[in-house]
Ligand binder design. Sequence first.
Ligand code: 13P
Length: 253
Amino acid sequence: MRKKVIAGNWKMNNDLYGTINLISDLKKELNEKNVEADVIICPPFTSLETASTLLKDSTIKLGAQNMYLEESGAFTGEVSVSMLKSVGCEYVILGHSERRTIFSEGDQVINKKIKTAIKFGLKPIFCIGETLEEREKGITFKVVETQVQNGLKDLSESDLSNLIIAYEPVWAIGTGRNATPQQAQEVHQFIRGLISKLYSPNFARQLVIQYGGSVKADNAKELLSQPDIDGALVGGACLNADSFAKIINASLR
Ligand code: 13P
C-alpha cells in the first residue's frame, strides 16, 4: 500500500565534478522503468542546481540536506527554503542527528524548520533516533516520542500530508552497525502507533517511515521487508552508484 522511498544523503561529499559523475553512474545503473520505489538524492547545496538539470529526464527526485528556519534576511551563510525550491528541490532532510549534535539543533529549531518547509511546499524528511546511551538506559521509545511530539508541535494532519519520518538510531549511523530488522521494526511500529494516537489511524497507515543507519546492499532486503519499514535513508552506501542501485532494487517486492 505504501510506496517505498529510498533516499541518499550524500552528507558533505562530492564537489561539482563528483556530482556529475555519480549522477551519470546512477542513471546508468538504474533501470528506471522498473523502479517502483521513489528515489531521492540529497547532494550538498553547491551541487543542487547542476543535479536538478542532470535529473530533468529522470524519475530520481532531488532533496537538500538542511535549510534555515527563517524565510530570508541577514543570516550570513544560511540557505533559505525558497532558494532550495528555486533550484528544483522537492524534499529537505530536517533534524538529522549530525545537525542535532554537531550543530546543536534542538527540537524547537527543527519544528520551526518543518513549518517553514511546509509553508513553501517543500517535503520534510524528519529524522529522529536515540543515542546508544539512551538505548542502553531503555528509554528509546521515550526519546523518539519526545522528538516526534516536539518536532511536529502545532502541525495538523493536513499540514503533514507530505511528511516522511526517518528513524535513524544514532549508534547505527556511519558505524557499520545497523539495527537488526527486529530492533528497527519495533521502533517503527511504535512510531506509527504514536502517530495514530496523535493524529489518526488513517494518517498513520499512509505515513512513510524510513530506516537509516548503516543500510547497505547486503542488509537492505531484510530491513525493507519489515511491515513498518517503508524505505531507507542511506548515507555511506549511496556514494557508490552500484551499491545505491542494489539498495533500491532490494526495495522491490
Ligand atoms: P550511514 O548509512 O552512513 O550509516 O548514514 C546514515 C545516515 O545518517 C543517513 O542520513
